[in-house]
Write a protein that binds this ligand. Structure first.
Ligand SMILES: [Zn+2]
Length: 139
């Protein structure tokens, strides 16, 4: 049992390496769904945020790569969240910003439930331009 779990975890780690664990159009569609801004602190691409994808339920804890488990996060939030729960990190955001933890959690929840505009994302990826800059920047 433990051995099987170990292999599964290794495979997960391999899949998560680099940016190849999610298709570019899906990554971009999630960024667009979330308004090109961090769902946690609200920092936007236009404010200089480096966009990343954050697993609401961490991948290491069995969270999926489905859009409903992924939200846009700035690189700072993604790395500082670490292993914290969503509620735990919402409290950290509250200390750092003027957003209330409950509002932060509600915003993240709303983002996860929105439908992805895959057509727009695919068209943007085909044209590259902004999509290329976004997708080449980070994980
Ligand atoms: Zn952030």
């Amino acid at each position: 049992m433990a051995g099987r779990q170990g292999k599964g975890q290794q495979a997960r780690q391999r899949r998560q390496q680099g940016m190849n664990w999610i298709r570019p159009a899906k990554r971009l569609a999630i960024y667009l769904r979330d308004g090109l801004a961090c769902c946690w602190c609200g920092e936007a691409l236009e404010d200089g945020a480096s966009l990343t994808l954050d697993h609401c339920l961490p991948y290491a804890k069995g969270g999926s790569n489905e859009a409903c488990n992924l939200v846009t996060a700035c690189a700072a939030c993604n790395s500082s969240r670490g292993a914290r729960t969503m509620a735990g990190y919402a409290r950290v955001v509250q200390e750092r910003t003027n957003r209330q933890a409950a509002e932060v959690l509600a915003a993240v929840g709303r983002a996860r439930r929105r439908v992805l505009d895959m057509d727009t994302a695919r068209a943007m990826v085909a044209r590259r331009g902004l999509a290329g800059a976004l997708l080449d920047a980070r994980r």
